[in-house]
Ligand binder design. Structure first.
Ligand code: UD1
Ligand code: MG
Length: 446
């Protein structure tokens, strides 16, 4: 431990302490504030239960507020070493004060303003996401409009990124680099391409994707908070792989990405803490719902660590279930096939098990829609219901991986379904983490 934690001013120690506190505070506040949320109208019906009980909705707002306050208190600890005034210890008070002022002036002059700006911009982005998430929970904003909310929230972060880093280079495998630059030799050890303005578009796309993809892989108890917890834990494991070996082996200089991964740790640890507390109450049978507020907030924290840490490709490896669910959902999201307000699985009240929910076609599907339905049906990626006589498609299972698991595995109890999907999430993250540290260095030549 002494090797991992650097000195008395190591912010990592403060971060761990604050995260433990954040867990305790969130775990205490959620049940206390639940009735108040219901009183002001933040309430939802649990559609996966027989009597559809009403429980508090948007409790992710409590997490987000505790998270933000935790990080506000953490800022002085993050920069503690720059606030320290060193004294000469000569015993002469006047002399000590002068030296202290001098040293303070010197250490504050070295103060990393850009790092503070980056930290504050990230907090501002997650704060904006919290506000927009609450607005969505209040007004139930139309799907197409709310898709773009994260793009607004991430603007402060992108601006600071532009001013402070402006790095728009991405590493590419040497094979691909040589393909586009025949006969040339790369200047850097790792071949890179400059994406320019497209890098900013890519960051915007990440910020839109992360929150929304978590929000649509949802609808059963524990799923939104569970997937976020797993992703956050794997982000932390990935960070640890850069920080811990360097500290134990005392590498000088440490891995060049250490600072970026330390920053990521400071954002991810408190998220793990508040999410774990939320999951305690959101797990089957749920006593609270997380709300769009939570999905957006957690997704935005992921996007911001990916952007600031410059490891968005690794983040995408951890989001494979969300990417697959998004691609699979695309026909309904982009209205090629009708998209009901809710696509969450349907409870069979007789068996108590969940079955795939369905979209019903008033008119027989034609053209591209028919082609898509029949192709996916043949590949067993949809459960189609046909008229026994005319063979016209009457209904189909909804296009989410939650329904797909039920189509393949048969009806399941809600918690078992959540465990299966979260197991897939953990498996994908584990494969992603291993790939990042084995295949990727081989492919990218580092
Ligand atoms: C997204 C999905 C929608 C899904 C919904 C459920 C898309 C385009 N939208 O919509 O298909 O039905 O999430 O989260 O894919 N609920 C439960 N049990 C749960 C979680 C939620 O019954 O474990 C119900 C509750 O009635 C709750 C409501 O879903 O009030 C929350 O839905 P909301 O988050 O507002 O839906 P969207 O995010 O718009
Ligand atoms: Mg939602």
């Amino acid at each position: 431990f002494a090797l991992i934690f650097n000195s008395e001013y190591d912010p990592l120690i403060a971060c761990i302490g604050f995260s433990v506190l954040a867990y305790v505070i969130t775990a205490v506040l959620i049940p206390v504030l639940g009735p108040d949320f219901v009183r002001v109208g933040f309430v939802g019906r649990d559609l996966g239960k027989k009597h559809r009980p009403q429980i508090p909705e948007s409790m992710g707002a409590v997490c987000a507020v505790v998270y933000l306050i935790t990080l506000f208190f953490f800022i002085p600890f993050l920069f503690a070493k720059f606030f320290v005034t060193e004294t000469s210890g000569s015993g002469n008070r006047e002399h000590v004060l002068d030296t202290a002022t001098l040293h303070k002036g010197r250490s504050l002059r070295m103060f990393p303003h850009s790092k503070l700006a980056e930290f504050l911009a990230a907090l501002l982005s997650s704060f904006s996401m919290l506000v927009l998430g609450v607005a969505d929970d209040l007004f139930d904003i139309r799907w197409r409009n709310k898709l773009l909310l994260p793009a607004i929230a991430v603007l402060p972060l992108i601006l600071v990124y532009y001013v402070d880093f402006g790095v728009t280079l991405v590493a590419v495998p040497p094979v691909i680099w040589r393909l586009f630059n025949p006969g040339m030799v790369s200047n850097s050890a790792v071949p890179v391409v400059d994406l320019g303005v497209f890098y900013y578009i890519y960051m915007l796309a990440m910020a839109i994707f992360c929150p929304n993809s978590i929000n649509i892989l949802a609808g059963i108890n524990g799923l939104e908070a569970g997937q976020s917890l797993i992703i956050a834990i794997f982000l932390l494991l990935n960070d640890a792989m850069y920080i811990i070996p360097g500290r134990i082996l005392g590498l000088h200089p440490p891995h060049p990405a250490t600072e970026a991964h330390l920053l990521s740790t400071y954002f991810v640890l408190p998220l793990i803490a508040v999410t774990a507390a939320l999951l305690k109450y959101n797990w089957y049978p749920a006593r609270v719902f997380v709300g769009d507020t939570y999905c957006y907030f957690a997704g935005m924290v992921f996007a911001q660590v990916g952007i600031l840490g410059h490891f968005s490709k690794t983040l995408l490896l951890f989001l494979i279930p969300q990417i697959v669910n998004f691609i699979y959902s695309a026909p309904q999201l982009f209205k090629l096939v009708d998209c009901p307000r809710h696509r969450l699985p349907k409870l069979n009240t007789e068996t108590g098990l969940l079955e795939p929910s369905r979209v019903y076609f008033d008119l027989p599907p034609k053209g591209a829609e028919l082609l898509l339905l029949t192709s996916l049906g043949k590949l067993k990626l949809l459960d189609l219901e046909r008229d026994p006589e005319t063979h016209v498609i009457k209904s189909s299972s909804n296009f989410t991986i939650v329904n797909l698991v039920l189509t393949w595995a048969g009806p399941l109890r809600e918690d078992r379904l959540a465990i299966v999907i979260l197991g897939v999430q953990a498996g994908c993250c584990a494969v992603g983490l291993i790939a990042r540290h084995t295949i990727a260095p081989a492919v990218f030549g580092r």
